[in-house]
Design a protein around this ligand. Structure first.
Ligand SMILES: Nc1ncnc2c1ncn2[C@@H]1O[C@H](COP(=O)(O)OP(=O)(O)OP(=O)(O)O)[C@@H](O)[C@H]1O
Length: 312
């Protein structure tokens, strides 16, 4: 059963079209990835889904309720964790949870048990009596998420929850998402521009760029879009911009990426000839220390479909 239906959503800010006819649905209990680079339109889409801004065209249904004509029922199903922190700094995590829980209408024993559950799931039990302003950025973000789940929402929307977060808090967030998905059958929409996070967590993924759908489906389907091509990785000594440029122009090379440790990855098709690449390396006075084939990642899918990296 679909818990979210996004139908033909388009949005303009003045003359700029930032969402162009977006369509997808999210199944109950699934962890759904919404991925795209900065400025792709993810936050705008979430703001429309949660009725914080209006769309120019199309509609969104949450749990069968239209978000514009039936906003109270639609919003009662949603726990939203926005990019900006929304916690009270001068009180403790426990008091934050008590305050926001009361706003949700929770009280007495139920409120206490939900607070304890949220503290346990977010791994904040040890710091529950510390002032929030003394906590790390990652802990504050975990508190933000803990607040959003107090009410056991059917749908939890997390907008880039790991930006600026330390690795320990990142792991907590991942484990927590998996846990509530399994134990509470919570549906999760997870936005990110980190492809590897989405690859790790999500069952289906919607890739968006410049307001348009680039691809949508499960990981195997998305990878099949580039499986017909192969990824060839070179570890290089004395790499240079000239070498990367010349690799880009070799016959059969569909895209090239280079990381900071002189690893050049090529997505190639059948017309690629390895000897062309070897000549190119030699002409550019570089040296190959290793060559190997690799399975394409979702990052490669994005590069292949759009011609650019997610984090340019
Ligand atoms: N209120 C606004 N007025 C005008 N333009 C806006 C407004 N909000 C967003 N935009 C523009 O809409 C586009 C999409 O922005 P949006 O914040 O939705 O992207 P995003 O994918 O969430 O990126 P990020 O991860 O950087 O938040 C951008 O070009 C942005 O500048």
């Amino acid at each position: 059963m679909s818990i979210v239906k996004v139908n033909n959503i388009s949005k303009r800010f003045k003359d700029k079209l930032v969402l162009d006819n977006i369509n997808f649905s999210v199944n109950e209990g699934e962890i759904f990835g919404l991925i795209g680079p900065n400025g792709a339109g993810k936050s705008t889409l979430i703001n429309i889904m949660t009725n914080l801004i209006l769309t120019n065209n199309g509609s969104v249904e949450i749990n069968g309720f239209d978000v514009v004509s039936n906003p109270v029922d639609a919003k009662s199903c949603i726990g939203l964790v926005p990019q900006e922190l929304a916690v009270i700094e001068h009180i403790t995590p426990y008091d934050n949870l008590e305050y926001f829980g009361a706003l949700y209408g929770l009280k007495g024993k139920l409120l206490k048990s939900r607070i304890n559950e949220a503290l346990e799931i977010s791994g904040l039990e040890d710091v529950k009596k510390k002032k929030v302003k003394k906590l790390s950025g990652g802990m504050k973000r975990r508190l933000n998420i803990a607040i959003a789940i107090l009410n056991h929402p059917k749908l939890l929307i997390l907008d880039e929850p790991t930006v600026g977060v330390d690795p320990q808090s990142r792991n907590h967030i991942f484990n927590f998402i998996k846990k509530i998905s399994i134990e509470q059958n919570t549906t999760v929409i997870y936005t990110s521009h980190y492809m590897e996070e989405v690859e790790h967590l999500c069952s289906r993924i919607f890739i968006i760029d410049e307001g348009k759908e680039i691809a949508f489906g499960d990981k195997d389907y998305l990878k099949s879009l580039v499986y017909t091509n192969t990824k060839l990785v070179f570890e290089i000594k004395n790499s240079s911009a000239e070498l990367v440029f010349s690799m880009k122009n070799l016959p059969g090379v569909l895209s090239v990426s280079e990381d900071s440790s002189c690893i050049i990855s090529l997505i190639i098709d059948k017309s690629f000839n390895l000897s062309d690449a070897l000549i190119s390396v030699e002409n550019n006075k570089a040296k190959i220390t290793k060559i190997f084939y690799e399975e394409p990642s979702l990052e490669d899918v994005f590069l292949n479909l759009t011609g650019k990296n997610l984090r340019d």
